[in-house]
Structures are given as C-alpha cells and as structure tokens.
Write a protein that binds this ligand. Sequence first.
Ligand code: GLU
Length: 473
Amino acid sequence: MASAQKPLSFFENVSASFNTAAQFTEHPKGLLEQIKACNSVYAFQFPVRTEKGYDVISGWRAEHSHHKLPVKGGIRYAEEVNEDEVMALAALMTYKCALVDVPFGGAKGGIKINPKKYTVEQLEHITRRYTAELIRKNFIGPGIDVPAPDYGTGPREMAWIADTYSAFNPSQIDSLACVTGKPVSQGGIRGRKEATGRGLFYGLREACSQEEDMKRQGLTKGLEGKKIIVQGLGNVGYYAAKFCCEGGAILVGLVEYDGAIYNPKGLDLEAVVQHRKEKGTILNFPGATSIAKREQGLEQECDILIPAALENQITEQNAGKIKAKIIAEGANGPTTAAADSILLERKVMVIPDMYLNAGGVTVSYFEWLKNLSHVRFGRMGKRFEQTAFEKMLRAVETATGKAFTDTERTSIAHGADEIDLVNSGLEETMVNAYNEIRAIWRGNTKTPDLRTAAYINAINKIAVSYMELGIFP
Ligand code: GLU
C-alpha cells in the first residue's frame, strides 16, 4: 500500500501490485523474488554534436526477466525517462508477454531526450549510436533482446536500428529480427502500427460482452452506445478511439497534455485530428467544451475512460473523482497502486494495462516470426484457399441451382492476406487472454480485481517456466 507522505516510484508501484497478487499463489518466496526482480540494467551516456556544441545523452536498456529468450520491449524517447521507469516498464513487459503467450521475457529501453528538440539527422545519429551501445554489450539481437517502438519512437527509428544492427552483423541471415515495428518495406508487418489500439478494442469488447460484469457496473452488455473518453491522441489513443467508435462506442471526450475537449453528444475523431493539425491543439474544437486543466478532462461523465498516454495519470488525488465505471488502460502504468485501492472501493472496473495494451507486442511477435521465416504470412496459402473456396461455392451453386452474387463471391472466396492473418491472430489472442484472466477473477471470490487476476496468471505462467528450467524444483 502506498504511503500518503512519499508516493511510490513506478517500479515500486508495479512491485506493490505484484505482491498483492503473489499472496494468492503458493510459489516459494525465492521464486517470487526472482520473478519480481529486474535482472539487468545497462545505463550509458554518449555525446551528440548539436549546433551549439555537444549534448551528453543518457540511455538505458533494462532486461527484467530471462525466463524466455529473447527479451522484448519498446524504446522510449522522452525527457522524463529515468532508470526506475525503464525497469518498471520492462517488468510490465514480462507479465504482458506471459499473459498473451508471447514466448519472450520482458525488457524496455529509453533515451532521455525531447525528440522535438533535435533535427531528423541528429535523431538518426542518436538512434544509431544507442544501437551501437546495445550491440557492444550484447543487449540486442534476434535471440537476445528485440526492441520495438514506444512513446516518442516509431517505424522510422526501428528502421535505423535494424540497419545499424545489420551493418554490424553482415553475415547474420536473421538480422532483421533484431527489432520489430519496422516499416513494411524494411521487414515490418502489416497491422503492427494499429495493433495496440486494435488489441485494446478486442479486449474491451470482450469485457463488455460479459452481461454479469456489465450489470455489476450498472451498464448494459456490449460496447455499442457506451460513452468513452480517451486520454492521449498518439498511436495507441488514436487507434483505440477509432476502432472503439467503429465498434459502436461514442467518443465524448479527448484529453491531451494541454487540455481536454468534451461533447456528450459525441466527437468526430477525424475532424478533431484535422483541427489539431491546423491549430496545433485539440482545444477550441467547434461544438465541444474546452477544458484547460487536463486532469478535469479525466473526470468528465462517461462509461469508459481510456488512459492511453503516460504513467501515473490516475492517482490517489483524482481516483475519487473519476466518473467512469470502467477504466480501460491503453498506456503502461496509468493507475498507481494507491489509486487502484480507491477505485476498487468505488467498484470501478479496471482492465489492466499489461493485458489490454498487449496487442502491440503480440503483433511484434508475428513480425519476429515473419523475419525468421523470411516469408510474408499468406504468401503460400492465399491462392490455394481462394481456389478451394471457389470450388465449394460452385458445388453449392450446382446443388441448390442458385447463383451467388459477385459481392458474396468475393467476400466468401477470399484467401487470407497478411493483414487478415495478423488481425485474426490478434483477436484470438486478446479474447483468449481475457477469458483466462476473468476465470481467475470470478473463479476465486477473494481475487479483488482484474489486475490482481492478471498478475496471478502471469506469475503462474512464469513460475512454470522457471520450474521447467529446473531452477526452482
Ligand atoms: N512498446 C510496446 C509495449 O509497451 C510494444 C513492445 C513490443 O512490441 O515489443 O507493449
């Protein structure tokens, strides 16, 4: 439990949630301590030449757990990056991968910079130098540690990392698998960019499909018609909002770093994006109320609040004021352990980050598999499937004497493309993982919430790995 005087650090918050869940397991103390600990942290500094001279840049890579290899997790570029944060995010990656059966340990990297303050050339230099540092200490490689995008990074940075790694390892045939989230032309996979937001939608839709759980929240079954507020209009927030709206939810509020907008009748997401492009802010969007204090944006009336920005957004200060009945965590660590206790008391249902935002790493896993197999998903089977479906359609037509329309024919006799397979694998993963966690939550009346259930599930899976390695009999 957090003390009122000194707020817990991010890593301490993750450990606090871990400890709560560990009490529901029967694993030996030593094993639990090993699972919780962050195995290795590499911290380093390097210079970058600027117009004014040199900046000394701080970088980190934390590998939280090596129970499975490679370890996996994004790289963050932000001024707030620090060692504790990188360790906490690496720990969340370990639990996240276990929950969605992605066979990796957890890791995270960070560079303490405001990317907006550097030119593209300088960012490229920083990224390539950071990669060289990781290579030097064996903190990157297809079977060792595989970074990906996170806050402040994207496909462009991943392409620089892959290119640098390949240049240092010219004879390594699998070198492209050293990083995921690459542009499709550089060995990336279709659907990776949208994956976290899409995965959030699949997870939230699954949670809302449980009538009993919705009733407990005073809500009806299904995502359709539910009012949502999204914090953060970055990659995760934008796609989460887009897919949830396509699934029937109504976007009533958006919260950004400089304030919020709210309209109980609904906001047009694309129009807001266009407005921000023109004005540099979401504020003063026509027809919506502008709220200068972003904290107040989170406290507006809605059914579901989706924090999809940074950590520590829902704390003991504002947890009592949140009106949402469901919090769907798109960001990593948006709710502190102290806020969790308040939300639990207030019967707010929290769908935890390490499950709900696992869509990104799930599709990263598919990208890694694609890179190792050196073939695009769907390439071998698509035409074969299509021909088989067409034969079936013709057989049905002969048997019934009725012809299918062209639209029916194209939609039924369609062989799977890469994007179809990626989305189907993602949906299957998110739905299964939710039901596993929910079974723990509802199966044992003492499990207080979904976060604890998720930790229990992750701990159990990691414990099996350690036991099968023979480290803990
Ligand atoms: N940075 C993302 C996360 O926090 C993705 C990690 C990955 O794809 O490895 O889950």
